[in-house]
Design a binder for this molecule. Structure first.
Ligand SMILES: Nc1ncnc2c1ncn2[C@@H]1O[C@H](COP(=O)(O)OP(=O)(O)OP(=O)(O)O)[C@@H](O)[C@H]1O
Ligand SMILES: [Mg+2]
Length: 298
């Protein structure tokens, strides 16, 4: 956006906040941003994106949960999505592999390109799409199968392996990449659900990477983990980004700062600001971003 637009927006925000009664200053209403001046601050577009989202809107019946979001995601990069509860992070993330299709009341429009494929197109085979754009959820959800089968299942149904030897190799390499091999190599036939929470989450990551996705979506993947398991998953994310595009939702600013290269701040369904993670956390351009990262609301 233009500088004058940005400063005009900031001014109108500050003016409104100065006029607010002190007891309401933290509670931003829907009218904080002038509706004719709602533009994302920062670098939403990239030169060589892996995913390009243009004017994406999402409704749940009449609730306008995502409003006109335009954002690129880069190759071999971690993009962190932050913002207060209910601002639309999970909703937006789910658009990227059509997980919102499973919610009857949900309607998505706009354009989301993965390379040249329009993800939202009616002809898209969502099963193949979800192999290209994998997802790791907040709560580890291994299948009620063995550790081995949890990882082998995806490659089997997508016809990615021929014979047991290839399958064994893929299971091993996926578990190695997920940093879990040494902990489970002697009990591959045990149920995945019998692992600790942190191990289960790494198993889910192994399952996601076994089908060679291009993009991995993670919705608060560490929120159910202790600090040690969290550190392992964060280390893993940093290693995985050399091969994949990763988009992660997190409520932890420290985590966003540690593992992402770009950060996008959402508020009330809008993408307020996006930029290099360091800049967002040290010199945010938008007052709402600053208020959020300094803990003034959220
Ligand atoms: N299945 C659904 N049906 C109806 N409304 C929904 C549904 N899922 C989300 N919403 C609404 O959409 C908005 C965005 O929700 P979303 O879950 O995307 O937020 P979020 O940023 O991920 O929040 P949190 O940080 O709490 O996970 C909220 O107003 C929420 O109530
Ligand atoms: Mg969420």
């Amino acid at each position: 956006m233009s500088e004058s637009g940005s400063s005009q927006q900031s001014r109108s925000l500050f003016q409104r906040r100065e006029n607010q009664a002190p007891e309401t200053s933290g509670g931003y209403g829907t009218s904080v941003i002038d509706r004719d001046d709602r533009r994302t601050v920062g670098e939403a577009l990239l030169e060589d994106p892996r995913i390009s989202c243009r004017s994406v809107n999402v409704w749940y019946d009449k609730t306008h949960a995502i409003q006109n979001v335009t954002l690129d995601m880069g190759c071999n990069q971690v993009l962190a999505m932050i913002g207060p509860s209910g601002c639309g992070k999970s909703t937006f993330l789910r658009c990227l592999n059509r997980m919102n299709d499973t919610i009857a009341a949900c309607r998505v429009d706009g354009q989301i390109l993965l390379d040249d494929m329009d993800i939202l197109g009616p002809q898209v085979d969502v099963v193949s799409l979800r192999a290209r754009v994998g997802m790791v959820f907040q709560k580890p959800n291994p299948f009620p199968k063995s550790i081995y089968d949890n990882v082998a299942y995806g490659p089997r149904i997508h016809g990615l392996v021929r014979g047991r030897m290839e399958e064994d190799e893929l299971v091993e390499s996926s578990l190695i990449k997920a940093g879990l091999w040494h902990e489970v190599k002697d009990r591959l036939d045990s149920p995945g659900t019998g692992l600790s929470g942190g191990q289960q989450q790494r198993l889910c990551i192994a399952r996601a990477i076994a089908v060679s996705p291009e993009v991995i979506l993670m919705d608060e993947p560490c929120s159910a983990l202790d600090p040690i398991a969290t550190a392992k998953v964060e280390e893993l994310i940093d290693e995985l980004r050399t091969q994949f595009t990763i988009v992660i939702v997190t409520h932890s600013m420290q985590q966003a700062a540690r593992i992402s290269q770009r950060t996008a701040f959402f508020h009330l369904g809008e993408l307020i600001e996006v930029g290099e993670t360091e800049q967002i956390f040290t010199m945010p351009s938008h007052p709402l971003t600053e208020d959020y990262i300094t803990g003034r609301f959220g």
